[in-house]
Design a protein around this ligand. Structure first.
Ligand SMILES: Cc1cc2nc3c(=O)[nH]c(=O)nc-3n(C[C@H](O)[C@H](O)[C@H](O)COP(=O)(O)O)c2cc1C
Length: 350
């Protein structure tokens, strides 16, 4: 055995140890979960992630409970491994969606898009499901744990989709370093194994990746959506801008296109009409809110990449080609291992 192979075997053991808590919690081989992405995370991609050793997560988005039931059944038909379900807490039928998960003994439920109440967390835990919540601050992280959250996700502003204001690295320093009570998973801007390794070494149980899985072969998104991702650079994934404090806009990170530009013009027109008294505050707010209705589906399913929403994280710049989900996951783990081995080799020569 050469010195390099000895170092690499020792690093493989070390990586396994770093990953152990997350793997045990997720019930998988690798400490990573696929971020639930509305319209993207359907049964093909989710089962592929679970079959490749991560935890696939179905995105229930705006689904009706019956649709979620069907998706769960279709996913089960494609994998024997466990998978999770991502549910938006503001969904009008949230209780019914959780019930579908409980009836189907879904092992992991991710409560997203807001801070869930204690009742909601407790409801989701009823059939032994492990419940994840998103923590935007240390105080909220502690409260969510007291309220029963089994794990936390810290999602930084680099992520695709709806985002908070704080970067992943700052959330990790602010929250991750101070939470021992439950596993913490890091999301937002992670596109390589070296980054996963860094968060594992900081104490994370694992990472949640979304953007990195969009172009996987098993992902059913429209080919034009995949092409847009493969062409994009990090700087093309920008957050939508709110132009008037009276009309709140929840920022969404997506690729620049016609819809993004139209959204800014629409806000200006609506605000002008409101100021002239042609629209009430409520009517004006609704016009702005409704702009994006159906826009993600338009891009992901129909392939209208100019007028739809191209939600993408900044790590889109690292997405270069279409490859299988298994190759993506194996690649991430290999990068983590090589980074560790390179460092140990360098240290050994000092
Ligand atoms: C196209 C797209 C759709 C998304 N939809 C959802 C969603 O429905 N629910 C949710 O909690 N997060 C959603 N996200 C966020 C992901 O679950 C994940 O946390 C995020 O992609 C991680 O950051 P990354 O994009 O830098 O990997 C979405 C992200 C993308 C790119």
């Amino acid at each position: 055995m050469t010195e390099n192979t000895t170092i690499e075997s020792a690093c493989a053991v070390r990586l396994q140890k770093l990953a152990e808590r997350g793997c045990r919690f997720l019930g998988v081989r690798y400490p990573l979960l696929g971020g639930g992405m509305a319209w993207v995370s359907e049964h093909h991609l989710v089962s592929a992630i679970s079959n490749a050793g991560g935890l696939g997560v179905l995105a229930s988005g705006s689904m009706q409970p019956e649709h979620l039931q069907t998706e769960i059944e279709k996913t089960r038909a494609m994998t024997q491994a466990s998978f999770g379900v991502n549910i938006i807490v503001m969904h009008p039928q949230i209780d019914a969606l959780i019930d579908v998960c409980l009836q189907n003994a879904v092992s992991h439920i991710i409560l997203a898009g807001g801070v869930p109440s204690v009742d909601l967390i407790q409801h989701a835990k009823k059939n032994h499901a492990k419940v994840f919540c998103f923590a935007p601050s240390l105080a909220l992280a502690k409260r969510l744990i007291r309220n029963g959250a089994d794990a936390l996700i810290l999602e930084g502003t680099e992520a695709g989709g709806h985002i908070g204001p704080t970067s992943t690295t700052v959330l990790a320093q602010e929250i991750l370093l101070h939470i021992d009570e439950c596993p913490v998973f890091i999301a937002g801007g992670i596109g390589r194994g070296e980054m996963m390794l860094a968060y594992l070494e900081m104490g994370a149980a694992g990472c949640q990746l979304g953007t990195a899985f969009v172009c996987c072969t098993e992902s059913q998104v429209h080919p034009s959506f995949k092409t847009a991702f493969m062409r994009a650079r990090a700087r093309d994934a920008v957050a939508s801008v709110q132009i008037d404090a009276r009309f709140p806009v929840i920022p969404v990170r997506s690729l620049q296109n016609t819809a993004m530009r139209d959204f800014h013009s629409l806000q200006k027109e609506v605000i002008k009409s409101f100021d002239k008294g042609e629209l009430t505050l409520k009517e004006a707010q609704l016009k702005i809110e409704h702009f994006w209705a159906g826009a993600l589906r338009r891009a992901v399913v129909d392939g209208d990449i100019e007028n739809g929403s191209l939600m993408a994280g900044q790590s889109v710049g690292l997405v270069e080609k279409e490859q299988s989900t298994a190759a993506t996951i194996e690649g991430l783990m290999e990068q983590a291992l090589q980074a560790l081995a390179k460092r140990e080799t360098r240290l050994a020569t000092l």
